[in-house]
Design a protein around this ligand. Structure first.
Ligand SMILES: N=c1c2ncn([C@@H]3O[C@H](COP(=O)(O)OP(=O)(O)OP(=O)(O)O)[C@@H](O)[C@H]3O)c2ncn1[C@@H]1O[C@H](COP(=O)(O)O)[C@@H](O)[C@H]1O
Length: 105
């Protein structure tokens, strides 16, 4: 099992833990707006690290961002598999053509 899939399973498990014992449970208890705020915050910190930080700082912020994105997907009941399948679907399609090929909601 790859790292992100393992982390997705851990997050699903820890959502049921006590917010006193678990960051994942604590964040979920605060609700979707707080989770979204954290994803936005970590995205901003990632961009700042890319523009003005070291490679190690960018690596750390990217890990924070991926972790919080998985927490958000979990809170919305969207499996990581669906996101990976969407990326697989785009493989081989030029980025310039991808938007046109995207099926409307
Ligand atoms: N990968 C992570 C991970 N990355 C970052 N973080 C936490 O994310 C938080 C982000 O730090 P911030 O300073 O931005 O936020 P904060 O001050 O704690 O909170 P806010 O008040 O800003 O919301 C820190 O508390 C980090 O410890 C993580 N917490 C947990 N995991 C994974 O999730 C698993 C389950 O964790 P628990 O739910 O705590 O058991 C762990 O075993 C890890 O594998």
């Amino acid at each position: 099992m790859d790292t992100l899939t393992r982390l997705e399973a851990t997050i699903a498990q820890r959502r049921k833990a006590s917010p006193d014992d678990s960051y994942v449970a604590k964040l979920n208890a605060k609700g979707l707006p707080k989770i979204c705020e954290k994803v936005g915050e970590e995205a901003t910190e990632t961009v700042i690290a890319a523009l003005a930080g070291t490679d190690a700082e960018l690596t750390g912020e990217a890990a924070d961002l991926l972790f919080h994105l998985l927490v958000l997907l979990g809170a919305k009941d969207i499996p990581l598999h669906d996101v990976l399948a969407e990326l697989d679907r785009r493989e081989g399609v030029s980025g310039l053509d991808e938007k046109a090929a995207r099926t409307p909601d």
